[in-house]
Design a protein around this ligand. Structure first.
Ligand code: HSE
Length: 352
């Protein structure tokens, strides 16, 4: 039984809880995987720590009724602990951190992670800030303390990037990565091209659909894709790049005329993130690129993401899938929790 504490109980946290509720039997029967939620702490919604477990189904109903977490009564529970106190006091093995990303400071999540690792607790997160800014330090701290640091949802939500490399593509050396890493901008560019929709209207639609970051500047100016390029550089290529090392440009200057002009040339604008080893150095960028329609990335539409890994044994390997969404990002945490389960127990897939 893996005990988890949830830090952040917004869209993604609730997505994970729904998956754990709906798949409880399947996950237990197929993988011997069982979870107990022992704490939840959210800066806006309050906190609850109940070491004998928080019942998932009734807790989700409570959240869906938009009630404060502290109004959910559990015998013997402790209320009012902030995330840091929760991490310090909980008996959870794994801290699931799904609060808002701040790609400029990586905080407060990075502080939470350091505290968790020092206490020997695993971290599973969808927060891009810590790995974009401090990956090397955090991964080392986790290792020194015998803890897992898992971050599948930081890039392409639950479309499996890091587990693909860690397991299915193990043994390859990756020399470069290139792809569409931001759903909001891809959605906006598609709407502008296919429906002639004005930029602002397309952005508002992406916000309504829940793809955009809390501050959509992070999407349209390329900061979100830059954070993902930093993560890929630092995790996959073993670099220690910082934001100024990435040549970044967003899509806010792309006009309807630019898009029409590209279409006339049988081309299409995409915001492309790249990181690759060139002459012994790592070269990373995020910028709008006018791709010929024959380029596979030109056909990736809507909020979908796609990524091509350049590998030494398999050549280019491309994966395409969701890059955002409640269930999709909640699922990324399930991948991480199952990986921790697999690595810490005698894991058997019972099939079926
Ligand atoms: N705002 C991000 C996007 C969400 O549009 O891709 C996932 O990181």
């Amino acid at each position: 039984m893996q005990k988890i504490a949830l830090i952040g109980c917004g869209v993604v946290g609730q997505g994970l809880l729904k998956i754990l509720r709906d798949k409880e039997e399947f996950l237990r029967d197929r993988y011997g995987f069982e979870i107990q939620l022992v704490a939840v702490s959210d800066k806006m919604k309050g906190s609850l720590m109940a070491e004998n477990g928080i019942p998932l189904a009734s807790f989700i109903d409570h959240l869906e009724a938009k009630k404060n977490i502290e109004e959910f009564k559990v015998d013997g529970a402790t209320y009012g602990l902030d995330p840091l106190e929760t991490i310090k006091r909980t008996s959870a093995d794994t801290i699931v951190e799904v609060s808002f990303t701040d790609v400029k400071t990586g905080e407060p999540a990075s502080t939470y992670f350091r505290e968790a690792f020092k206490a020997g607790k695993n971290v599973a997160t969808t927060n891009k800030g810590p790995s974009a800014l401090f990956h090397r330090e955090l991964a080392k701290l986790a290792e020194e303390n015998g803890a897992f640091f898992k971050y599948e949802g930081t890039v392409m939500s639950g479309t499996p990037i890091f587990s693909l490399l860690d397991y299915a593509l193990a043994g390859n050396k990756v020399t470069g990565v290139r792809g569409i890493l931001n759903g909001t901008t891809n959605f906006i560019l598609c709407k502008m091209e296919s429906e002639g929709m004005p930029y602002q209207e397309a952005l508002e639609m992406a916000q309504k659909l829940g793809y955009a970051e809390a501050d959509p500047t992070a999407d349209v100016e390329g900061f979100d894709a830059m954070a993902k390029v930093l993560i890929l550089s630092n995790v996959v290529l073993g670099a220690d790049l910082k934001a100024p090392d990435v040549d970044r440009k967003g899509i806010s200057q792309i006009t309807s005329q630019d898009i029409e002009q590209a279409a006339a040339e049988k081309k299409r604008y995409k915001l492309i993130g790249t990181t690759r080893i060139e002459g012994g150095k790592i070269v990373a960028s995020v910028k709008p690129v006018k791709l010929p329609l024959s380029d596979p990335l030109a056909g990736v539409s809507g909020a979908t993401n796609a990524l091509t890994f350049e590998t030494d044994l398999m050549g280019p390997v491309t994966i395409q899938g969701a890059g955002a969404g409640q269930i999709e990002t909640g699922y990324s945490v399930l991948i991480d929790l199952l990986t921790i389960h697999r690595e810490t127990t005698c894991f058997h897939d019972h099939g079926g």
